[in-house]
Ligand binder design. Structure first.
Ligand SMILES: [Zn+2]
Length: 257
Protein backbone atom coordinates (compact mmCIF):
# COMPACT_ATOMS: atom_id res chain seq x y z
CA UNK A 1 0.00 0.00 0.00
CA UNK A 2 2.82 2.35 1.02
CA UNK A 3 4.62 1.52 -2.20
CA UNK A 4 1.51 2.34 -4.24
CA UNK A 5 1.14 5.76 -2.58
CA UNK A 6 4.82 6.48 -3.20
CA UNK A 7 4.45 5.64 -6.91
CA UNK A 8 1.33 7.83 -7.24
CA UNK A 9 3.04 10.75 -5.45
CA UNK A 10 6.18 10.53 -7.58
CA UNK A 11 4.15 10.34 -10.82
CA UNK A 12 2.11 13.37 -9.72
CA UNK A 13 5.29 15.31 -8.82
CA UNK A 14 6.88 14.42 -12.18
CA UNK A 15 3.77 15.56 -14.07
CA UNK A 16 3.72 18.80 -12.06
CA UNK A 17 7.42 19.47 -12.81
CA UNK A 18 6.94 18.69 -16.52
CA UNK A 19 3.97 21.09 -16.77
CA UNK A 20 5.88 23.77 -14.86
CA UNK A 21 8.94 23.45 -17.11
CA UNK A 22 6.79 23.52 -20.25
CA UNK A 23 4.98 26.69 -19.16
CA UNK A 24 8.07 28.47 -17.84
CA UNK A 25 10.10 27.88 -21.00
CA UNK A 26 10.50 30.73 -23.48
CA UNK A 27 12.93 30.96 -26.38
CA UNK A 28 15.90 33.06 -25.25
CA UNK A 29 16.54 36.02 -27.54
CA UNK A 30 20.16 37.03 -26.99
CA UNK A 31 21.15 40.68 -27.25
CA UNK A 32 24.74 41.45 -28.22
CA UNK A 33 26.23 44.81 -29.06
CA UNK A 34 29.96 45.03 -29.81
CA UNK A 35 32.29 42.03 -30.19
CA UNK A 36 35.66 43.55 -29.27
CA UNK A 37 38.71 43.28 -27.08
CA UNK A 38 40.06 45.40 -24.30
CA UNK A 39 37.07 47.06 -22.68
CA UNK A 40 36.70 46.54 -18.95
CA UNK A 41 33.31 46.10 -17.33
CA UNK A 42 31.28 47.21 -20.30
CA UNK A 43 27.75 45.88 -20.53
CA UNK A 44 27.89 46.36 -24.28
CA UNK A 45 31.04 44.44 -25.18
CA UNK A 46 31.82 40.74 -25.48
CA UNK A 47 35.31 39.64 -26.55
CA UNK A 48 35.71 37.75 -29.86
CA UNK A 49 37.05 34.75 -27.89
CA UNK A 50 33.99 34.63 -25.64
CA UNK A 51 31.65 35.07 -28.59
CA UNK A 52 33.28 32.17 -30.44
CA UNK A 53 33.13 30.03 -27.29
CA UNK A 54 29.43 30.84 -26.84
CA UNK A 55 28.56 30.02 -30.45
CA UNK A 56 30.55 26.78 -30.24
CA UNK A 57 28.64 25.92 -27.07
CA UNK A 58 25.31 26.41 -28.88
CA UNK A 59 26.51 24.37 -31.85
CA UNK A 60 27.84 21.48 -29.76
CA UNK A 61 24.74 21.55 -27.57
CA UNK A 62 22.57 21.17 -30.71
CA UNK A 63 20.63 24.34 -30.00
CA UNK A 64 18.41 25.35 -32.86
CA UNK A 65 19.14 28.94 -33.91
CA UNK A 66 15.92 30.54 -35.12
CA UNK A 67 15.64 33.36 -37.64
CA UNK A 68 13.35 36.26 -36.72
CA UNK A 69 10.70 34.96 -39.14
CA UNK A 70 10.73 31.50 -37.50
CA UNK A 71 10.66 32.99 -34.02
CA UNK A 72 7.86 35.48 -34.69
CA UNK A 73 5.79 32.72 -36.33
CA UNK A 74 6.10 30.67 -33.11
CA UNK A 75 5.03 33.64 -30.98
CA UNK A 76 2.03 34.36 -33.18
CA UNK A 77 0.89 30.75 -33.09
CA UNK A 78 1.58 30.58 -29.34
CA UNK A 79 3.74 27.51 -29.91
CA UNK A 80 6.84 26.23 -28.15
CA UNK A 81 9.74 25.12 -30.38
CA UNK A 82 10.39 21.39 -30.87
CA UNK A 83 13.83 21.60 -29.33
CA UNK A 84 16.02 23.99 -27.40
CA UNK A 85 16.12 27.16 -29.45
CA UNK A 86 17.88 30.51 -29.37
CA UNK A 87 17.59 33.77 -31.33
CA UNK A 88 20.74 35.87 -31.83
CA UNK A 89 20.53 39.66 -32.19
CA UNK A 90 23.05 42.52 -32.29
CA UNK A 91 22.26 46.18 -31.68
CA UNK A 92 23.66 49.41 -33.15
CA UNK A 93 25.65 48.15 -36.19
CA UNK A 94 29.21 48.08 -34.83
CA UNK A 95 31.86 47.33 -37.46
CA UNK A 96 33.08 44.38 -35.40
CA UNK A 97 29.73 42.67 -36.10
CA UNK A 98 31.05 42.46 -39.66
CA UNK A 99 34.73 41.76 -38.93
CA UNK A 100 34.47 39.50 -35.86
CA UNK A 101 30.94 38.18 -35.34
CA UNK A 102 29.93 37.47 -38.95
CA UNK A 103 32.81 35.02 -39.71
CA UNK A 104 31.85 32.98 -36.62
CA UNK A 105 28.13 33.00 -37.52
CA UNK A 106 29.06 31.89 -41.04
CA UNK A 107 31.36 29.15 -39.74
CA UNK A 108 28.57 27.67 -37.59
CA UNK A 109 25.79 28.59 -40.07
CA UNK A 110 23.84 30.56 -37.46
CA UNK A 111 21.23 33.12 -38.45
CA UNK A 112 21.34 36.47 -36.69
CA UNK A 113 19.58 39.83 -36.71
CA UNK A 114 21.50 43.09 -36.67
CA UNK A 115 19.79 46.40 -35.94
CA UNK A 116 21.22 49.46 -37.64
CA UNK A 117 20.85 53.22 -37.09
CA UNK A 118 20.99 54.99 -40.49
CA UNK A 119 22.49 58.19 -39.02
CA UNK A 120 25.33 56.19 -37.44
CA UNK A 121 26.35 54.28 -40.56
CA UNK A 122 29.99 54.95 -41.53
CA UNK A 123 30.80 56.76 -38.25
CA UNK A 124 33.71 55.69 -36.08
CA UNK A 125 33.48 51.99 -35.08
CA UNK A 126 30.26 51.52 -37.05
CA UNK A 127 29.65 49.56 -40.25
CA UNK A 128 29.60 51.20 -43.66
CA UNK A 129 26.69 50.79 -46.08
CA UNK A 130 28.56 48.31 -48.31
CA UNK A 131 29.31 46.09 -45.30
CA UNK A 132 25.68 46.21 -44.15
CA UNK A 133 24.53 45.41 -47.68
CA UNK A 134 26.91 42.44 -47.90
CA UNK A 135 25.54 41.09 -44.62
CA UNK A 136 21.93 41.60 -45.64
CA UNK A 137 22.57 39.84 -48.96
CA UNK A 138 23.62 36.75 -46.99
CA UNK A 139 20.48 34.82 -46.06
CA UNK A 140 21.93 34.17 -42.59
CA UNK A 141 21.77 37.83 -41.62
CA UNK A 142 18.72 40.02 -41.30
CA UNK A 143 19.17 43.77 -41.02
CA UNK A 144 16.47 45.57 -39.04
CA UNK A 145 15.85 49.20 -38.11
CA UNK A 146 17.06 50.65 -34.81
CA UNK A 147 15.50 54.09 -35.45
CA UNK A 148 16.85 56.97 -37.47
CA UNK A 149 18.99 58.56 -34.73
CA UNK A 150 18.81 56.09 -31.80
CA UNK A 151 16.69 58.50 -29.78
CA UNK A 152 14.57 56.64 -27.17
CA UNK A 153 11.13 56.84 -28.80
CA UNK A 154 9.15 57.25 -25.60
CA UNK A 155 10.81 60.66 -25.09
CA UNK A 156 9.77 62.07 -28.49
CA UNK A 157 6.67 63.87 -29.75
CA UNK A 158 4.24 61.80 -31.83
CA UNK A 159 5.46 63.42 -35.04
CA UNK A 160 9.08 62.45 -34.37
CA UNK A 161 8.18 58.92 -33.29
CA UNK A 162 6.53 58.39 -36.68
CA UNK A 163 9.54 59.93 -38.45
CA UNK A 164 12.05 57.70 -36.63
CA UNK A 165 10.04 54.60 -37.47
CA UNK A 166 9.14 55.32 -41.07
CA UNK A 167 12.21 57.25 -42.27
CA UNK A 168 14.66 54.66 -40.94
CA UNK A 169 12.66 51.94 -42.71
CA UNK A 170 12.56 53.91 -45.95
CA UNK A 171 16.32 54.67 -45.93
CA UNK A 172 17.34 51.10 -45.09
CA UNK A 173 15.04 49.67 -47.75
CA UNK A 174 16.42 52.04 -50.38
CA UNK A 175 20.10 51.53 -49.45
CA UNK A 176 19.83 47.75 -49.12
CA UNK A 177 17.24 47.14 -51.82
CA UNK A 178 15.17 44.97 -49.53
CA UNK A 179 12.14 45.02 -47.24
CA UNK A 180 12.84 45.82 -43.59
CA UNK A 181 10.41 43.74 -41.54
CA UNK A 182 11.49 44.34 -37.96
CA UNK A 183 12.23 47.19 -35.58
CA UNK A 184 14.42 47.32 -32.49
CA UNK A 185 13.50 50.02 -29.94
CA UNK A 186 16.51 52.30 -29.20
CA UNK A 187 17.52 51.70 -25.54
CA UNK A 188 14.59 49.25 -25.41
CA UNK A 189 12.20 52.14 -24.65
CA UNK A 190 8.62 52.18 -25.91
CA UNK A 191 5.08 53.01 -24.82
CA UNK A 192 1.64 52.04 -26.18
CA UNK A 193 1.76 54.78 -28.84
CA UNK A 194 5.24 53.77 -30.03
CA UNK A 195 4.12 50.14 -30.26
CA UNK A 196 1.03 51.03 -32.24
CA UNK A 197 3.06 53.19 -34.61
CA UNK A 198 5.65 50.42 -35.11
CA UNK A 199 2.75 48.22 -36.23
CA UNK A 200 1.25 50.90 -38.48
CA UNK A 201 4.65 51.70 -40.03
CA UNK A 202 4.71 48.19 -41.47
CA UNK A 203 6.98 46.35 -39.06
CA UNK A 204 5.99 42.73 -38.38
CA UNK A 205 7.44 42.75 -34.84
CA UNK A 206 9.71 44.76 -32.57
CA UNK A 207 12.56 43.86 -30.24
CA UNK A 208 12.69 45.36 -26.75
CA UNK A 209 15.14 44.68 -23.89
CA UNK A 210 13.37 43.71 -20.70
CA UNK A 211 9.92 45.32 -20.68
CA UNK A 212 7.45 45.26 -17.82
CA UNK A 213 6.96 41.69 -16.64
CA UNK A 214 3.20 42.17 -17.03
CA UNK A 215 3.60 42.37 -20.82
CA UNK A 216 2.84 39.01 -22.41
CA UNK A 217 5.80 36.89 -23.49
CA UNK A 218 3.94 36.43 -26.78
CA UNK A 219 3.69 40.16 -27.52
CA UNK A 220 5.41 40.44 -30.89
CA UNK A 221 5.89 44.20 -30.45
CA UNK A 222 7.67 43.88 -27.09
CA UNK A 223 10.05 40.96 -27.56
CA UNK A 224 12.09 40.36 -24.42
CA UNK A 225 15.83 39.89 -24.83
CA UNK A 226 18.68 38.71 -22.64
CA UNK A 227 21.71 40.97 -22.53
CA UNK A 228 24.95 39.11 -23.14
CA UNK A 229 27.83 40.99 -21.53
CA UNK A 230 31.17 40.22 -19.94
CA UNK A 231 29.49 38.35 -17.09
CA UNK A 232 28.49 35.78 -19.71
CA UNK A 233 32.22 34.97 -20.14
CA UNK A 234 31.43 32.52 -17.38
CA UNK A 235 29.93 29.62 -19.33
CA UNK A 236 27.73 28.65 -16.40
CA UNK A 237 26.08 32.09 -16.62
CA UNK A 238 25.73 31.72 -20.40
CA UNK A 239 24.24 28.23 -19.99
CA UNK A 240 21.60 29.64 -17.62
CA UNK A 241 20.91 32.51 -20.03
CA UNK A 242 20.26 30.16 -22.97
CA UNK A 243 18.36 27.59 -20.89
CA UNK A 244 14.94 29.03 -21.73
CA UNK A 245 14.11 29.63 -18.04
CA UNK A 246 16.18 32.77 -17.40
CA UNK A 247 13.38 35.14 -18.50
CA UNK A 248 10.78 33.36 -16.35
CA UNK A 249 12.83 33.83 -13.18
CA UNK A 250 13.89 37.37 -14.10
CA UNK A 251 10.22 38.34 -14.56
CA UNK A 252 9.40 36.91 -11.10
CA UNK A 253 12.29 38.86 -9.55
CA UNK A 254 11.15 42.12 -11.17
CA UNK A 255 7.54 41.57 -10.04
CA UNK A 256 8.69 41.10 -6.43
CA UNK A 257 10.66 44.37 -6.39
ZN1 LIG B 1 21.09 50.66 -29.37
Amino acid sequence: MKKKILVIVSVAVSIFIAIFLYNAYSVPVLMYHSIARGAENSRLIVSPESFERQMRFLKKGNYHILSMDEYVALLKENKKPDKRSVVITFDDGFVDNYTDAYPVLKKYKMPATISVVPEWVGKQDMMRWEQIKELNDDELIEIVSHGLSHCPLDTLSKEFVIKELSESKRILEKKLDTVIDYFCYPCGNFNPFVKEMAKLSGYKAALATHPDAKISLNDTYAIRRIRISQSSDNMLVFWVQVSGYYTFFKDRRIKRK
